[in-house]
Design a protein around this ligand. Structure first.
Ligand code: FAD
Ligand code: EPU
Length: 357
């Protein structure tokens, strides 16, 4: 009989076909490509499997970590937890009239594929959110956003399993408490729910939003005065993103590593006097600073320490040049926070979630 190495061992829990792997490598389950492993790891394709996985963790008195595509996490080297990969599939149109198209998608669906699927079903609005990596179930966690659109603009509700009770609960937009890269699932309800599906209300008629950065310019350059289709906009967004952001398949990264910080008008006045070229946008009563510009100004763009560095074309993106651990990434990011704080008096907040269970 061939003896399987420990990391290949599979536990059959409660006589079910649910495969729970022990000491499972997560190197290919996080887009930073960090060296990390989980004490237990399981793939869940149905809510029943998810509930079973939760029962297993409860039994073992272990925390659970839901994982989608791992594009917004920094993983510690060993996670003493059950990592639950969310594979729940399914996309459907629930309702359609002349103004709106209501769609539902399983949490394990790929976000970008949902965007393209919606466009082929003449359901518009998500085109500016094209090519954001990750799953549908993770999208509400930080209220994903890009090119002037956020998930919350089209969000109706989600269903989620309560980790403690196993009950399925529904959250409408208000209950999700969305903010910039924020929701209740990162705050008061942290680690309490696993999202299983999301409902969105999309536009039946395209309303192009081309106001952000180079997007409008690129569309006009390509189409002149012709009205762009949703696919034209999606393509332009993809092209801009491919130019600016590193492809995780080529070099490990988690997108923007810090949020763009918001400051008060009086703080903005002071900074503007010292740095007349500072990149900032008004947001309500506050100002949002471009964190990439702040880091760039400290001279850290393209710099590295060991395996971790900032991306050469976008200082806000940290990259793994190979062989980095979560701790390496955290140390490098702390150095950036310190340098930016020393120069501008601004504290950068990390965007990806750090797990070190
Ligand atoms: P994961 O990284 O797997 O998980 C992220 C967090 O959500 C973790 O805390 C995890 O536990 C939790 N989670 C995941 N699934 C569930 C679930 N079903 N239920 C409960 N909790 C869950 N983000 C933007 O907003 N805008 C961008 O433009 C953008 N660009 C990016 C570009 C690149 C190149 C990369 C690598 C990342 C970018 N991101 C961007 C960040 C990332 O794509 C999003 O945060 C995305 O929603 C993460 O999805 P995921 O499935 O990979 O989540
Ligand atoms: N900039 C620099 N130097 C740099 C990087 C940026 O000067 O090294 C300047 C740019 O010239 C530009 C400004 O900073 O004037 C903003 O840069 P960019 O347009 O690239 O956008 P961003 O603020 O860095 C944000 C989101 C992205 C999102 C894009 C498009 C955050 C934290 N990041 O990036 O989201 O895709 O806008 O909407 O809000 C993510 O969250 O992971 C992410 C990639």
């Amino acid at each position: 009989m061939v003896k399987l190495p420990k990391y290949c061992r599979i536990n059959y829990y409660m006589n079910s076909p649910l495969k729970i792997h022990e000491n499972y490598s997560l190197k290919h389950q996080n887009t930073l490509g960090l060296l990390a492993s989980a004490r237990y790891y399981v793939e869940t394709h149905t809510v029943a499997e998810l509930l079973e996985a939760l029962a297993f963790a409860r039994d073992k008195k272990l925390p659970v970590i839901p994982l989608g595509s791992g594009s917004n996490v920094v993983l510690g080297e060993f996670l003493n937890a059950l990592v639950i990969h969310i594979n729940l599939e399914g996309r459907s149109v629930l309702q359609r009239d002349q103004n709106r198209v209501v769609v539902r998608a399983g949490a394990g669906e790929n976000w970008h594929e949902l965007v393209l699927w919606a466009l082929t079903h003449e359901a518009f609005g998500l085109e500016n959110l094209s090519l954001i990596p990750g799953t549908v179930g993770a999208a509400p966690i930080q209220n994903i956003g890009a090119y002037g659109v956020e998930l919350k603009d089209y969000f109706v509700s989600l269903e989620a399993v309560n980790v403690e009770s196993g009950e399925i609960e529904c959250f409408d937009r208000q209950a999700c408490g969305f903010g910039y890269r924020d929701s209740v699932f990162k705050g008061e309800k942290l680690d309490q729910y696993i999202i299983t599906s999301v409902i969105l209300e999309l536009d039946a008629v395209l309303k192009p939003r081309l106001g952000y950065g180079q997007l409008g310019e690129l569309v006009v350059k390509r189409l002149g005065n012709d009205v762009p289709s949703a696919f034209d906009i999606s393509q332009a967004v993809c092209d801009i993103r491919r130019e600016k952001l590193p492809d995780p398949a080529v070099i490990g990264n988690a997108g923007s590593f810090f949020k763009n910080p918001e400051i008060l008008p009086e703080e903005m006045d002071n900074l503007k006097k010292l740095y007349p070229n500072i990149v900032a946008y008004p947001v309500g009563q506050k100002w949002k600073l471009a964190a990439g510009w702040l880091i760039d100004q400290t001279g850290l763009k393209g710099k590295r320490e060991g395996a971790v560095g900032t991306y050469q074309n976008q200082a806000l993106v940290l990259v793994n040049h190979g062989g980095a651990t979560g701790q390496d990434v955290l140390s490098f990011s702390s150095m950036i926070q310190q340098k930016v704080n020393e120069k501008f008096g601004v504290l950068l907040e990390r965007e990806p979630r750090f797990y070190n269970a």
